[in-house]
Design a protein around this ligand. Structure first.
Ligand code: 3PG
Length: 208
């Protein structure tokens, strides 16, 4: 299922790789308090599914999804953990079929015009563009969107506060994702003030 409706109104998605449940909970509260309405928990750590489940239970007011999906089993597990949407760095027929079978809003990834067309044919107007900066950034997206006006993009990968405005200025960009405003050092140190300040700055930039 296309995820356009599920992610409507979201401008900036924190994309998080987390290892520690208590830290994840504190971070999610900080992000919610500065205004974020959605979070993506990437399945890149052994703890990610457990953290996803904890957060979806503790913060039902947030739209929380699972990212970095690679297998149909992860789709089933993410759904069981309460994920409301799914994101993958690319797509395969197997993954598209599994997300469809689970009736989960899914943002599959595309990096070329052919991949974008294939996803459009499969009914996915909202597509992840990854790794955005390596693929040419906002200028590349502008070029892709000229012949593909139906596609809405969710670019992630290497985006930071300097680069964010150029993406959000594009009509083809529905939302942007990134991790630049969640510093590992601040997370490890439990520096909630620094985490809140960086998150608030990113949120304001995306909504200003
Ligand atoms: C992703 O999985 O979407 C990216 O890793 C997020 O990109 P970033 O960490 O470079 O912001």
């Amino acid at each position: 299922m296309d995820a356009t409706e599920c992610l409507m109104g979201i401008r900036l998605m924190p994309v998080l790789a987390l290892r520690e449940e208590a830290t994840a909970l504190r971070l999610a509260h900080i992000l919610k308090d500065v205004g974020f309405q959605a979070l993506e928990i990437t399945l890149r750590t052994p703890q990610a599914l457990g953290i996803l489940e904890t957060l979806t239970r503790a913060l039902p007011e947030l739209t929380i999804g699972a990212g970095s999906l690679r297998t149909p089993t992860q789709i089933t597990q993410a759904k069981a953990a309460g994920a409301q949407f799914l994101v993958a760095p690319g797509h395969t027929e197997t993954l598209l079929a599994a997300a469809q079978a689970e009736r989960m809003p899914f943002v599959p990834g595309a990096a070329t015009g052919s991949e974008m067309l294939r996803l459009l044919e499969a009914g996915y107007e909202l597509q992840k563009f990854f790794p955005a900066e390596t693929l040419g950034g906002a200028p590349a997206l502008r070029s892709f969107s000229a012949p593909l006006p139906e596609v809405r993009f969710f670019p992630t990968g290497g985006i930071n506060s300097e680069r964010l405005p150029a993406y959000l200025a594009l009509e083809a960009v529905a939302l942007v994702g990134g991790s630049w405003f969640v510093s590992d050092a601040a997370l490890r140190a439990g520096d909630e003030e620094a985490l809140a300040a960086a998150a608030a700055q990113a949120w304001s930039l995306a909504h200003g």
